[in-house]
Write a protein that binds this ligand. Sequence first.
Ligand SMILES: [Zn+2]
Ligand SMILES: [Zn+2]
Length: 202
Amino acid sequence: MLDTRTLGRQPGTSRRETLRVPAPADFGVEMVGVPAGAQIELDLLLEAVLEGVLVSGTARVPLEGECARCLDPISSAFEADFQELFVYSDTRSGGNAEDDELRLEDDLIDLEPVLRDAVVLALPLSPLCRDDCPGLCAECGVRLADVGPDHHHDVADPRWAALKDLTGGGLAPNAAPGSSSGGSGGERPRGPFDPREGKQEG
Ligand SMILES: [Zn+2]
Ligand SMILES: [Zn+2]
């Protein structure tokens, strides 16, 4: 909560403020977020305008999470800019007030929803420990960053081995049906499958 009473309501007056607030719980996305209670640093500019208080600022937060590729812990920082207008609760903004407009409650500003929008919505859903994180080996799960690019497995993929058995062992005679030699003659052998029967239905 931010008190704006000292700002007054004279349009044009402004005040700069630097704040440190503890992060609320659940301030993040699935794989990365701000630890609850960690310090959020706020540089704010409050400006009184006709219908309320315009708040612009920068939020700096610490981040902790997991790399989406190699699951290494990540800790970094994040900075987000925001700007929101908080409308005086006892004034109507000309009848065209929107439902989602932010309002001052007793000259107090609740910055948490603004910070959520500015920070949480901007967090990466798939954070990486570094941009070119190679992730984990699909075979053995080792971190490829640890073992280097030469890491590989000589064992052939069992799926390919199975495929080899199929093609190598049994190129079956069913690949060439009957004795269709050339097709120059007009006579077709009367087999169980006569193409003319199929055409009748159409
Ligand atoms: Zn990683
Ligand atoms: Zn491996």
